[in-house]
Design a protein. Structure first.
Ligand code: ZN
Ligand code: ZN
Length: 451
């Protein structure tokens, strides 16, 4: 281990320690937990234990004190440590970025059909947003409403009930200032298929069609909220009488079949993290968090927002997804059932289906390819070849994973890299979300300050 050192700066994954988010959580997270019930539960709902889990993991992301891989150069024998990453999507920037790229690669290699795609966005009125904060099981249902609205329209337009496009749906919970704003992004083919593999072009969709789809979508969202007992008929009647429904449906320009870069950009965009570290700064002197939005914010009437640190932590942690929540949902010709049937029927064989035996599942092929792509992926994420020796340019190889605390300590002490780890947080005695059916407000939903 004599020649060993941690990876040079540009090779380190994440390095949350150098970010304003790490400093902010280091200074204020304990206080945030302690005042949550009193200050934030009315707005953000009961305390969610997943917040602690994710923040704990995030604070350890990229820190060799919590485990690392030993990497050795085959040519010159130089050895490096590569700290583990936390893999928390929806919070850790570096790990979210990797997951987005993973998705983009999967879609490009395994899923996209060689046709044009459109980027669709569906959103709900401000008054209904909080129901999705307190009842996260509604988020995948929102995707279903969007899909059903679109396919109902297509059934009518094509006069067929058995013809579907392929849809990749992502429920997103954030607006431009990391505020709570549940909506749905989707990539949808401009071609539809029937079960025999025949294809039909998607009809041209004009403004009137979009309004029709929006109406269908609004009806379906009202129905699920009524069925779940979250809103009353009275509220629905009131909202239906509004001049502007507050719902919106947007369909972007086509991304042509040959535009792989366009698809990649969109795949990453729809699965991106709720906030960007580059836009955030934490001023320890004035104890404020400044966030520069990408666009001018109509409610705030400016393109930045200044928050109290605890409020900012409440806002960003509200986007941590429920454990096991689906990040991407596939419908129609992109659904697993549809693709499985096509493979069995021998329709549309892809490169991926050719190379796999009948018994192996699709996922294992992807895993194998993903492993092959690992070095390429790292190169993309950190713009360096993580398995290329920084000393001689030779090929590096992972020789072992070190996870045992005593061994980690011994190696890091030997390398003079040991720092005493953070003390674990005190356990809290508090009411945790008991079930998904907590209805804090019925008809009088307070509005989120940042809309
Ligand atoms: Zn080397
Ligand atoms: Zn991470």
């Amino acid at each position: 281990m004599g020649a060993c050192c941690v990876y040079p700066d540009e090779y380190k994954p994440g390095q949350p320690k150098n970010t304003p988010l790490f400093r902010l959580l280091d200074c204020h997270y304990e206080e945030f937990r302690n005042v949550y019930d009193e200050r934030f539960s009315k707005h953000y709902g009961f305390w969610r234990p997943v917040t602690d889990e994710v923040v704990e993991k995030y604070l350890k992301c990229g820190d060799p004190q919590y485990g690392f891989a030993r990497i050795r150069c085959k040519e010159c024998g130089a050895e490096y440590l590569r700290a583990f990453s936390c893999k928390c999507r929806g919070f850790c920037q570096s790990c979210s970025k990797r997951k987005s790229l993973d998705l983009a690669i999967f879609l490009e290699e395994e899923l996209f059909r060689p046709v044009s795609h459109h980027h669709w966005v569906w959103s709900v009125p401000k008054m209904l947003r909080l129901y999705f904060l307190h009842h996260r099981k509604l988020l995948p249902m929102l995707c279903r409403c969007a899909w059903d609205a679109l396919t109902t329209f297509l059934n009518e337009a094509l006069d067929r009930r058995d013809v579907f496009p392929g849809g990749i749906f992502v429920p997103q919970t954030f607006g431009g200032m990391a505020n709570w704003n549940p909506h749905v992004h989707a990539l949808i083919t401009d071609t539809c298929w029937d079960r025999e593999g025949n294809y039909y072009p998607m009809p041209e969709i004009d403004t009137a069609d979009l309004q029709g789809i929006e109406k269908l979508f609004a009806g379906l969202v009202f129905t699920i909220l009524l069925e779940e007992g979250m809103i009353s008929d009275k509220l629905v009647d009131k909202m239906r009488s509004w001049k502007h429904s507050g719902y919106s449906v947007h369909c972007g320009r086509p991304i042509e079949a040959c535009d792989a870069d366009g698809r990649k950009t969109l795949s990453e965009y729809i699965s991106r993290a709720p906030f960007s570290l580059e836009r955030m700064s934490f001023n320890e002197g004035s104890d404020t968090v400044l966030y520069r939005g990408e666009h001018f914010h109509p409610t705030l009437a400016r393109n930045f927002d200044v928050s109290d640190p605890l409020e900012w932590i409440a806002r960003i942690t509200s986007h941590i997804p429920k454990k096991g929540a689906k990040q991407v949902i596939y419908y129609g010709a992109y659904s697993q059932a549809w693709r499985g049937r096509e493979r069995r029927q021998g329709i549309l064989p892809t490169a991926a289906t050719k190379e796999k035996s009948a018994s192996s599942c699709e996922h294992s092929t992807f895993s194998r390819r993903r492993r092959q792509m690992w070095a390429t992926l790292l190169k993309k994420v950190w713009d360096v070849d993580a398995l290329k020796c920084p000393k001689c340019g030779g090929q590096m190889k992972v020789i072992s994973f070190i996870e045992q605390p005593s061994v980690i300590r011994r190696i890091l002490k030997h390398l003079d890299l040991w720092e005493d780890p953070r003390p674990p947080p005190e356990p809290l005695e508090r009411v945790c979300e008991p079930c998904a059916d907590y209805v804090p407000w019925q008809d009088d939903v307070p509005e989120i300050e940042v809309g």
